[in-house]
Write a protein that binds this ligand. Structure first.
Ligand code: IMP
Length: 187
């Protein structure tokens, strides 16, 4: 059973990835994507809310006329452990059939959100479907994952910033930082 965590029970810890490092890595990913998708600009599919900062930076660094769309899924609610149940809160506006789709995710933890999303998106018959995830938590995946573009592998700790939240707070931090619960477990 997931536990609900109020933001007041959380304290910020060390910087795990500083803003300059994120920015350099986003540039490298964008370069790779620009090369791989030359002549077939992808539809960037941002998974809200966590991917909004990453997507904004990535999209602006890609040298192709990409299109953008958004999906919102909820796996945790206000809690911090995945339930394995993923709910689509906002669906896409775009028809995916025949499109080259690149899903842009903030963080892959258990991989359950991604594997659910992938199944649902493949049913819409895109020409191709790949994933770009800024962060992947090492050794945590409970479902097989196939990620074409990974920003950073991190240890299995709870992190906030650069779009990532706890209880909707700290998405606006420029760095990615550890977050610790006072009397509650976050990861
Ligand atoms: P998964 O289904 O376990 O892979 O969880 C993926 C989703 O959980 C991400 O898209 C985030 O919304 C959330 N999440 C997982 N780990 C963290 C974290 O360390 N900080 C903030 N959100 C997280």
């Amino acid at each position: 059973m997931s536990e609900e965590v109020g933001p007041e029970a959380v304290v910020l810890g060390e910087v795990v990835i500083p803003a300059e490092k994120i920015s350099a890595r986003v540039g490298e990913l964008a370069e790779q994507i620009s090369r791989d998708y030359a002549g077939r600009p992808p539809l960037l599919l941002g998974v809200l809310k966590g991917a909004f900062v990453f997507l904004a930076d990535l999209a602006r660094a890609i040298r192709l006329p990409v299109e953008l769309d958004f999906m919102a899924v909820s796996s945790y609610g206000a809690a911090t452990k995945t339930s394995g149940i993923v709910r689509i809160v906002k669906d896409l506006d775009t028809d995916l059939s025949g499109r080259d789709v690149l899903v842009v995710e903030d963080i892959v933890d258990s991989g359950l959100t991604l594997s659910y999303l992938r199944k649902g998106l493949l049913a819409r018959e895109p020409a191709s479907l790949e994933v770009c995830a800024l962060l992947v938590k090492r050794g945590q995946q409970r479902a097989p994952i196939d990620i074409a573009y990974t920003g950073f592998e991190i240890p299995p700790i709870f992190v906030v910033g650069y779009g990532l939240d706890v209880g909707e707070r700290w998405r606006n931090l420029p760095d990615i930082r550890a977050a610790r619960g006072e009397g509650v477990e976050l990861s």
